[in-house]
Ligand binder design. Structure first.
Ligand SMILES: [Zn+2]
Length: 275
């Protein structure tokens, strides 16, 4: 059994609001959501799970973000005596905008992504495009490694398809000195109603106005589809069994979520597990 250490990096907080241009809230906002990045370390091996958000680029209308001193990903790594070049592998729970902003920081890393996380782009609700930032990762497609279901990446690190939060969502199971810890991204949160809860005229106005930049360009779609065709990813979704949140909780001694307020390092910095 390998003993990985998990370091929890503070990445800032954001609030997502969907308001009319006059500031009227169209649905309950998500306020002050803490964002975490997990760094896994065993000997000289360093991996990272998800890469945080860009405070200048939060989805929604009327949204805001705070990323103070010490909360950028590079500062978090520096706090551990590391630089982005020390990270060999980046494990992506999924590709939503608040997990992908730092992907371009890692010059030599491979990115481990469920194949379904790309396949889902063949059937995306048009408004759901706004939850992804292809600019964060389209230039990294050649460094992506695609997982079908579950995969033991190395001793003590397993990736497991969960679905749930979005197609191609995965959890990272880590063997630590205190048992198996699951890094479960956003698994229990369901945003599927968002695309229908907001009225069509909101989406139209949003797209014509400030939100317009969040819809993908024709060139971005063409780049993605050409890559998927080349890699044979235009086929059926993964048939492997998905691991639900309840089962994950029963299987693992602890489950850490990306936006867990109780895990947020205070004072800002890095929290190491086991402590
Ligand atoms: Zn998400």
């Amino acid at each position: 059994m390998s003993d990985w250490r998990i370091h929890i990096l503070a990445n800032g907080r954001f609030s997502v609001r969907f308001c009319t241009e006059e500031g009227l809230e169209l649905m309950p906002s998500m306020e002050n959501i803490p964002s975490l990045v997990f760094l896994l370390q065993s000997g000289s091996r360093c991996l990272i799970v998800d890469t945080g958000f860009d405070p200048e680029d939060v989805g929604g209308q009327g949204s805001s973000a705070v990323q103070g001193q010490g909360e950028s990903l590079t500062e978090g790594l520096k706090g551990l005596g590391l630089a982005p070049g020390d990270i060999s592998d980046v494990l992506m729970t999924h590709l939503h905008w608040d997990h992908t902003a730092g992907m371009g920081l890692f010059p030599g890393a491979r990115f481990h992504v469920q194949a379904d996380a790309l396949r889902c782009f063949c059937n995306l609700n048009p408004n759901e495009e706004t939850y992804y930032r292809p600019g964060h990762w389209l230039h990294l497609l050649d460094r992506m490694v695609f997982v079908e279901g579950s995969h033991e990446l190395m001793p003590g690190i397993r990736l497991h398809h969960t679905g749930g939060h979005c197609p191609g969502h995965q959890a990272v199971l880590v063997e630590t000195g205190q048992g198996t810890v699951a890094l479960a991204g956003d698994l229990p949160f369901d945003y599927s109603g968002l695309w229908s809860a907001l009225p069509a005229d909101f989406w139209e106005t949003y797209r014509r106005g400030k939100g317009g930049r969040l819809w993908w360009t024709k060139e971005q779609w063409e780049t993605l589809y050409a890559f998927m065709e080349k890699k044979g990813l235009m086929n059926q979704p993964c048939q492997a069994e998905s691991l639900g949140y309840g089962k994950l909780r029963r299987m693992c001694s602890r489950v850490f979520l990306t936006h867990a307020p109780e895990l947020y390092p205070s004072p800002v910095g890095v929290l190491s597990v086991p402590v």
